[in-house]
Design a protein around this ligand. Structure first.
Ligand code: CA
Length: 231
């Protein structure tokens, strides 16, 4: 396989070098941009396989860059991994809702960075998400959308319609972090009053009813929820 190309948009040279060194060691090709404006140009020109985007940039900040990447047909499908400082949960949430695929909190270890990059690339090239009606089998959990049925180790579990919606939405994309708003947005439209706060209530209900399989739904502190990644 040809080596994959990663673009890092970051104004701090030390971090760019650290990232470049560690990714090149893993046979990635790395492009660098020291500002958001430059990053947008390089992204449109070289169509990297993934973009590492610092949120704190002079001039156009990372959030604006992310918005523009996701609004542009040329770059919208390139996965974006945000790099944020600790305590920037609200920025992470905003970035995920703008379409960023994942985030990593500084200071990060090179090992964690490389693992995160590989996981996002793997999800990108994995089979496309199932259609709404496909039966989903994951770990010892089986979800039948057509029948609104869930089984754990073959035993049926009775969920409310909105609990079912939340579980199905998360389980279709293992490893992805979703904010409460994204979950509400995906699950509403079924005539059930799901609000951001009620997502927490639904999750508690789903976990309890799933028993041992409840641990597949992971809380991402300050951000939202994700279904346990398969790796
Ligand atoms: Ca910075």
């Amino acid at each position: 396989m040809a080596s994959q190309n990663i673009l890092i948009i970051e104004d701090e040279e030390d971090i760019r070098e650290l990232v470049r060194y560690n990714l090149e060691r893993e046979k990635f090709k790395v492009d660098e941009a020291a500002s958001g404006e430059e990053g947008l140009k390089v992204a449109a020109r070289s169509k990297p396989d993934l973009i590492l985007l610092d949120l704190m940039l002079p001039g156009k900040d990372g959030m604006q860059v992310c918005r523009e990447l996701k609004q542009n047909d040329e770059t919208r499908d390139i996965p974006v991994v945000m790099m944020t400082a600790k305590g920037e949960e609200s920025d992470i949430i905003a970035g995920l809702e703008l379409g960023a695929e994942d985030y990593i909190v500084k200071p990060f270890s090179p090992k964690v960075l490389v693992a995160r990059v590989k996981a996002v690339l793997r999800r990108k090239t994995a089979a496309p998400p199932l259609s709404d009606e496909d039966v989903l089998s994951i770990y010892d959990l089986c979800i039948h959308p057509g029948r609104h049925e869930v089984t754990v180790k073959g035993k049926p579990v009775s969920l409310t319609a909105s609990e079912f919606g939340v579980l199905h939405f998360l389980a279709r994309r293992p490893g992805w972090v979703f904010t409460r708003y994204q979950i509400v947005d995906a699950v509403h439209g079924e005539d059930y009053p799901v609000t951001e706060r009620s997502v927490d209530v639904q999750i508690v209900g789903v976990r309890k009813k799933l028993g041992s399989a409840g641990e597949y739904i992971e809380t991402v502190r300050g951000i939202g929820y994700r279904f346990k990644d398969m790796d």
